[in-house]
Design a protein around this ligand. Structure first.
Ligand code: NDP
Length: 275
C-alpha cells in the first residue's frame, strides 16, 4: 500500500507546527503518512485544490487565508463547517473533497478534560475572527447562560453576536474590565500575545473566584493574557491543548481512528519542549 500524503496549506506558512505534530501522531499511531507544508498563494488556491482532489492526497489542513474559500469549493461540507462558515480540514476520497471544521471540537476538548462545564455559565469572548466563530459555535452548542463578544472592529462583534444569539460590547478598557469581572470563562481569540508584549486584557483586570482564562494563542506558552489573568485571580489555560485536540480530530476524520489520550499527552509534551 502506498503511504498517504497530507499537508497544511496556507500563505504565508511561517513556523507551522502541523508537520511536526502530524509526524508525532504518525509515530504514536504507527501509521505512516507523508505530511508536508504547502505554501499556496490565494490566487493559486482554486487550481491547486482542483488538482489535489484527483491526486493521492488523503487530506489537508487549511489555514489562513484559505479557510472561507475552501468552504466555497468543497464537493460536500459537514454541518459544523457550514455553521462556522469556514473549513480547516479537507478529506479527499474518490476524486471528491469534503470540508470539516475541527476548531470547535478542539476548543472544547481541554475544557472537558478539566471537567469545566459551559452550561449555564457566563462566557466572554475577546475577538471576532475565524477562531472566535468556532469558539462561539461551541459555546452556544454547550448552552452557556450568557455569551458576550468584544472585538476591536465593533461591526464584526455585532455580526457574530447576531449570528449566535449573543450580546456584543464595545472594545474599551471599561467594557473589557466589566465583562471579564463578571465572567466564569474568558477566551482570548485575538492574535494579541503572539508577537511581543501585546495583551487584550487591560492592566489590573480582576476575575471572579474560580474563573478560567483560556488563551487560544499557544506560542509563547505563557502569554501576556495568561500572565495578567493569573495575577487577576483566574486559572490559566493555554492554546496548545486545543491545537493538539483539533489535530487529533483531523486524524480521526482522515484515518477513522481515535488517537489514545496518552499518545496526545505525549505529543503535547513533545511540542512543549520546542515552544
Ligand atoms: P483572524 O485573523 O481571523 O482574527 C484575528 C482577531 O484578532 C480579530 O478579532 C482581530 O480584531 C483581533 N486583533 C488582531 N490584532 C488586534 C489588535 N492589535 N488589537 C485588538 N484586536 C486585534 O485570526 P484567527 O481567528 O484565525 O486566529 C486568532 C488567534 O487564534 C491566532 O493567534 C491563532 O494562532 C489562534 N488559534 C489557535 C488555535 C489553537 O488550536 N490553539 C486554533 C485557531 C486559532 P479585528 O476584527 O478588529 O481585526
Amino acid at each position: 500500500m502506498t503511504t498517504p500524503s497530507a499537508a497544511v496549506v496556507g500563505w504565508p506558512l511561517k513556523h507551522s507546527l502541523s508537520p511536526r505534530m502530524f509526524r508525532l501522531f504518525s509515530r504514536e499511531a504507527r501509521e505512516p503518512v507523508h505530511y508536508k507544508a504547502l505554501a499556496v498563494r490565494p490566487e493559486e488556491f482554486d487550481g491547486v485544490l482542483k488538482e489535489a482532489a484527483g491526486g493521492a492526497w488523503i487530506g489537508w489542513n487549511v489555514t489562513l487565508p484559505h479557510k472561507v474559500r475552501a468552504m466555497e469549493l468543497m464537493d460536500a461540507l459537514d454541518s459544523t463547517a457550514r455553521e462556522i462558515g469556514a473549513v480547516n480540514v479537507v478529506r479527499f476520497a474518490d476524486g471528491r473533497s469534503e470540508g470539516f471544521n475541527t476548531d470547535a471540537a478542539g476548543f472544547l476538548a481541554p475544557l472537558k478534560r478539566k471537567r469545566f462545564s459551559i452550561a449555564g455559565r457566563r462566557v466572554v469572548v475577546l475577538g471576532a475572527g475565524g477562531a472566535a466563530r468556532a469558539v462561539c459555535a461551541a459555546v452556544t452548542r454547550e448552552k452557556a447562560g450568557d455569551l458576550r463578544i468584544l472585538n476591536r472592529t465593533a461591526e464584526k462583534a455585532r455580526a457574530l453576536a447576531k449570528a449566535v444569539g449573543a450580546a456584543a460590547a464595545p472594545w474599551t478598557r471599561e467594557e473589557i474590565l466589566a465583562a471579564v469581572g463578571g465572567a466564569d470563562l474568558v477566551v482570548n481569540t485575538t492574535s494579541l500575545g503572539m508577537e511581543g508584549d501585546t495583551n487584550p486584557l487591560p492592566a489590573g483586570a480582576r476575575f471572579k473566584p474560580g474563573a478560567l482564562a483560556y488563551d487560544l494563542v499557544y506560542r509563547p506558552r505563557v502569554t501576556p493574557f495568561l500572565q495578567e489573568a493569573s495575577q487577576g485571580g483566574a486559572e490559566a489555560l493555554g492554546g496548545l491543548g486545543m491545537l493538539v485536540a483539533q489535530a487529533a480530530e483531523t486524524w480521526r476524520i482522515w484515518f477513522g481512528k481515535t488517537l489514545p489520550v496518552d499518545a496526545l499527552d505525549q505529543v503535547e509534551a513533545d511540542l512543549k519542549e520546542i515552544l
